[in-house]
Write a protein that binds this ligand. Structure first.
Ligand SMILES: CC(=O)SCCNC(=O)CCNC(=O)[C@H](O)C(C)(C)COP(=O)(O)OP(=O)(O)OC[C@H]1O[C@@H](n2cnc3c(N)ncnc32)[C@H](O)[C@@H]1OP(=O)(O)O
Ligand SMILES: O=C([O-])CC(=O)C(=O)O
Length: 374
């Protein structure tokens, strides 16, 4: 892949540590998890296999996968005390704040007392996040106290079932699975780096993940899928999209879902999720959202050489599956938890507190003047 030209700000291009979990912009399609190309995983694996891979370094065999899925299945329900807390959070709350509180509160009820419990804490969060998101959403928006368990075999299917109350189609379950695989891990991105900094102080798993959720919330990171949806649904047609985007660029507005801190010409996750968006558009019969998204992609490349990142076609994909826009970034949390937790474990396995230096640009040394003379 072409090397991206880098400037010093934002620690861009500087190595901040070692990892065996992931490469970004280096080999294969440009994204690998523990040596496997993400395109290969999105074609031939499930999200639970990827979670196992990130936590254990190897893909599971059939027996290990069955045991792992059974363990996760048994951890899906929420304690009543957490349900009561979620019921107190208003409808207007930001759903990422709900995820942050849900994670943090679970850490009070079921603390990670010792690092020997780290896998259990990570798996508990992985199994419980769909219910945290949906229990709050269904109660605050529809007044329903949903059952947080389901008999859906996959976590992606479980989430769709809690949200709609119906068993999802095989296609929707697979799209969810692929989406969770694509979002699972991405080296030293901002939220993962947050988790590692927190881990380096020897803090607990729930604190590391809570901090990471807060970092993912911003529109320059995970919040971009939601922001992309808000934008494309305002466009009336592909031509209108191009016209309005030209205005946005003229006004120097950031266009969410485009560009990347590491990739220079494409994000390998885009081609995969875009293909699913196209399939869902065909299934839906109304392809306008997909057509508008393609027009945006063409326009941004032709005018600024900016390309869609993982977030852009996730917007139309989730919309076609009937997922409310405000849950887009929380789904990212359900997936990226695997990457965050794997990095926390990796940091702990060879830890030194992360404490960089700063270049001082402030006032020269001076003396405190008595207050009456200032
Ligand atoms: C899953 C993820 O988290 S992927 C990222 C999701 N975030 C977004 O989609 C938000 C929109 N994109 C952006 O803000 C940026 O592209 C980022 C945050 C992803 C990367 O930021 P950087 O590494 O600083 O980008 P980069 O160095 O390539 O920027 C080069 C120039 O392109 C511009 N640019 C980059 N992305 C965009 C965009 N989406 N819209 C308009 N202009 C952009 C920048 O403003 C910059 O111009 P400047 O030098 O005049 O300020
Ligand atoms: O790597 C990054 O900076 C952002 C990103 O794409 C991700 O976290 O998936």
């Amino acid at each position: 892949m072409t090397e991206k030209k880098l400037s010093g700000a934002g620690l861009r291009g500087q190595s901040a540590g070692e990892t065996a979990l992931c490469t970004v912009g280096k080999s294969g399609s440009g994204l690998t998890y523990c040596g496997y190309d993400v395109a290969d995983l999105a074609e031939n694996a499930t999200f639970e296999e990827v979670a196992y891979l990130l936590f254990n370094g190897e893909l599971p065999n059939a027996k290990a996968l069955a045991t792992y899925k059974a363990d996760l299945f048994a951890m899906r329900d929420l304690p009543q005390a957490l349900k009561e807390v979620l019921k107190l959070i208003p409808k207007e709350a930001h759903p990422m704040d709900v995820m942050r509180t849900g994670c943090s509160f679970l850490g009070n009820l079921e603390p990670e007392n010792d690092f020997s419990e780290q896998n259990n804490a990570a798996n508990r969060l992985l199994a419980a996040f769909p219910a945290i998101m949906c229990y709050w959403y269904k109660f605050s928006h529809e007044g329903l106290e949903i059952d947080c368990t389901s008999d859906e075999a996959s976590l992606g299917g479980h989430f769709l079932r809690l949200l709609s109350g119906k068993s999802p189609s095989a296609q929707h379950e697979r799209v969810m699975d692929v989406s969770l695989i694509l979002y699972a891990e991405h080296e030293f991105n901002a939220s993962t780096f947050t988790a590692r900094v927190c881990a380096s102080t020897l803090s607990d798993m729930y604190s590391c993940v809570t901090g990471a959720i807060g970092t993912l919330r911003g529109p320059l990171h995970g919040g971009a899928n939601e922001a992309a949806m808000d934008m494309i649904e305002k466009f009336k047609s592909p031509a209108d999209a191009k016209e309005q985007m030209a205005g946005m660029l003229e006004r120097k507005e950031k266009i969410m879902g485009f560009g990347h801190a590491v990739y220079s010409t494409s994000d390998p996750r885009n081609v995969i999720i875009k293909a699913w968006s196209e399939k869902l558009a065909a299934e839906n019969g109304d392809t306008s959202l997909y057509d508008i998204s393609v027009a945006c992609e063409e326009f941004m490349w032709d005018s600024k050489k900016l390309f869609c990142n993982a977030d852009f076609f996730h917007a139309s994909t989730y919309n076609y599956m009937g997922i409310p826009t405000k849950l887009f970034t929380p789904i990212f949390v359900c997936s990226r938890l695997t990457g965050w937790a794997a990095h926390v474990m990796e940091q702990r396995s060879n830890n030194r507190i992360i404490r960089p230096s700063a270049d001082y640009i402030g006032a020269e040394p001076r003396k405190v003047q008595p207050i009456a003379q200032r």
